[in-house]
Design a protein around this ligand. Structure first.
Ligand code: CA
Length: 357
């Protein structure tokens, strides 16, 4: 009896030690994307994240990804994640500008930071702390979820030679940049992505901005509007993962770490994927459409854009303390970060240009 008792005790102890593995919790989540499933690279991070999380948990934590073609609410993601219909979303923070203007800073702002500078601000300065402060109001956690790098200023059917040429110009340009252009006399409209090509082709708009060569090439704008302007309005557009707070807090702690680690991995991955697709698409466009002209807006236009942008930002800061706090954090950080960017990346590019053939 004594021997059996000892054996039974040892067996029970083994089972106790082994029990966490045996009882690995099965979690099934749903994630809604703002994009349709084929709109890569914007649609790339979420499915990659789901695979990583599943692989790292031996299939115990599964996240089912739904594109906008299925859930039909591309701009309703913040509400559906807050409400718990989806535990997670993949989207962009500036789509919530109408709910809370301060959300714009966590995507990009005109004349703001580059991707390098913004990542540094988010991860190592006050960025993510401020981002979470803004999103606490919506009961979701918010994380950077990929970045497009510098977006191009858009496709124009005619050259912009002066401020006068902007007056009455019909352009699709959303967000703060739209407010800036509206101040300069542009007739700003927003049109769903599926109708953009036709709108430009038929002259419903004279110009539009989208992303950069990698995504623009599939839209075909370069076939009808040959002036491709350099960017000023979206220097580092960050995508965003949002997670319902209650659902995240309920996760076993190892799953929480796995999920956050996978988010950071796909954040970096999308930047690389987009850079690669733009480099390749631009080479193809240049070859097939040698009439495309890369342009920079004239100085008087750029100066007016900067002045109008400062006025828009100052007006929001005057009426909204939280907007002011984030605006000042970005401005203060950019002062240091830009000085470093100039003596490192910018000087290197100028140096390399001098010796290139
Ligand atoms: Ca854009």
């Amino acid at each position: 009896m004594k021997r059996v008792g000892k054996f039974a005790f040892a067996l029970a102890a083994c089972m106790l030690i082994a029990s966490p593995a045996l009882a690995a919790e099965k979690i099934r989540w749903k994630l809604a994307m703002t994009w349709s499933s084929t709109l890569t690279p914007l649609a790339s991070p979420a499915p990659k994240l789901a695979k990583m999380v599943s692989d790292m948990t031996n299939g115990n934590f599964e996240i089912r990804v739904e594109g906008a073609e299925k859930h039909k609410a591309p701009l309703g993601i913040l509400d559906t994640v807050k409400g718990g219909q989806f535990e997670m979303g993949h989207t962009a923070s500036y789509y919530w500008k109408g709910k809370d203007i301060t959300t714009v800073f966590f995507t990009t702002v005109p004349f703001g930071m580059t991707s390098d500078e913004q990542m540094a601000w988010l991860y190592y300065d006050d960025g993510m702390k401020l981002q979470q402060k803004v999103y606490d109001k919506f009961d979701v956690y918010s994380f950077p979820g990929g970045n497009t790098g510098v977006q191009m200023g858009g496709w124009f059917r005619k050259e912009i030679k002066s401020l006068e040429d902007l007056k009455g110009l019909k352009m699709r340009i959303p967000g703060l940049a739209g407010e800036v252009f509206a101040k300069l006399g542009v007739n700003v409209t927003n049109i769903p992505s599926g109708e953009l090509y036709t709108a430009l082709d038929r002259g419903t708009v004279d110009a539009l901005e989208w992303v950069g060569p990698g995504m623009d090439i599939k839209m075909g704008f370069h076939k009808i509007a040959p002036y491709y302007y350099a960017g000023w309005h979206e220097p580092a557009s960050d995508m965003q993962f949002i997670i319902n707070k209650k659902e995240f807090d309920k996760l076993p702690s190892d799953y929480q770490v796995i999920l956050k680690t996978a988010i950071q991995a796909v954040n970096a991955d999308m930047f690389a994927e987009n850079y690669d697709s733009s480099a390749k698409a631009w080479a193809e466009m240049k070859k097939e459409f040698p009439n495309i002209k890369v342009m920079v807006f004239p100085d008087e236009v750029l100066k007016a854009m900067k002045k109008a942008n400062d006025e828009v930002m100052e007006a929001y800061a005057a009426e909204n303390a939280e907007f002011k706090e984030v605006y000042e954090s970005q401005k203060a950080y950019l002062k240091k970060a830009r000085a470093w960017t100039k003596i490192s990346t910018q000087h290197y590019l100028e140096t390399a240009d001098k010796v290139s053939e």
